[in-house]
Design a protein around this ligand. Structure first.
Ligand code: IPE
Ligand code: IPE
Ligand code: MG
Length: 243
């Protein structure tokens, strides 16, 4: 597609991605799963830039779920090591590409040095005005909702909030995604068609796009295809189509 044609596409403001298939991609190449994670992390950098160049304002990626602790210890350790180096690289990428980074999930289960690096990443990029990049790490939607309910309940106990004042909008402000608009498009790579505990509140009216392409092989063209498909959808939000 030429750049001229690209301009007539409606680019979703917020794209969320379940970056799945690192392990299977590596296995298909006769390599260990961790090689897939390394290549997957590299691809994040590439797709971030492509997404921004295409006009996407918010990109939210799922890097580690609250359920992923069930993986073998050596895989979890390798992932944590990778997140350490990724977080450090991301400080530079965010600076060079004007990205504002937020972290979704409960960081308290992560090692202190990783928490510190994540805080530095968020802090050092907070005034950037380009792509809003959310990384979900030790994230689970149920966990996020429970943590939000606890905070809201505490505010009720402290007399800062009355139960009848809790609206959808006020509740959203207790979630990790406070201030971030809901995703317009969700992409899951590598063939599975499930949410795996991702953004269940925020995805209430999001369009879903599933592709067989595993994450390390996912390219700008695949992203463009997802956006083209999104453009052919008839978003109704419960209403009827205008004649
Ligand atoms: C996604 O790839 C990355 C993480 C969940 C950390 P997987 O590791 O889930 O790869 P598959 O799905 O087993 O191929
Ligand atoms: C979802 O992928 C979590 C991330 C991409 C981080 P999984 O590979 O963990 O999901 P399941 O286990 O197949 O549902
Ligand atoms: Mg997987």
């Amino acid at each position: 597609m030429s750049d001229g044609e690209e301009n007539i596409m409606v680019v979703p403001q917020h794209v969320a991605i379940i970056v799945d298939g690192n392990g299977r991609w590596a296995k298909s190449k006769g390599m260990p799963r961790n090689y897939g994670h390394v290549r997957g992390a590299k691809n994040l950098e590439v797709i971030c830039r492509d997404a921004y160049n295409m006009g996407i304002k918010y990109l939210t990626v799922y890097l580690f779920s609250t359920e992923n602790w069930k993986r073998p210890k050596d895989e979890v350790d390798a992932l944590m090591k990778l997140f350490r180096s990724y977080t450090k690289t991301c400080v530079k990428t965010a600076r060079d590409n004007n990205m504002k980074v937020r972290v979704l999930g409960d960081p308290t289960a992560l090692d202190q040095d990783l928490q510190d690096s994540l805080n530095l990443l968020v802090e050092s990029s907070k005034d950037n005005t380009g792509l809003n990049f959310q990384i979900a790490i030790n994230y689970g939607s149920r966990d996020e909702i429970v943590r939000a309910i606890r905070r809201a309940a505490q505010d009720c106990v402290d007399g800062k909030l009355a139960p009848e004042e809790i609206t959808e909008e006020r509740f959203s402000a207790y979630l990790d995604t406070a201030g971030v608009p809901d995703p317009d498009l969700l992409i899951r790579t590598s063939g599975e068609q499930r949410l795996s505990n991702y953004l269940m509140w925020q995805l209430a009216y999001t369009e879903f796009y599933f592709t067989e392409v595993p994450w390390p092989a996912f390219t700008k063209d695949d992203l463009r295809q997802a956006i083209e498909k999104y453009n052919s959808r008839d978003r109704r939000y419960g209403g009827v189509k205008e004649e």
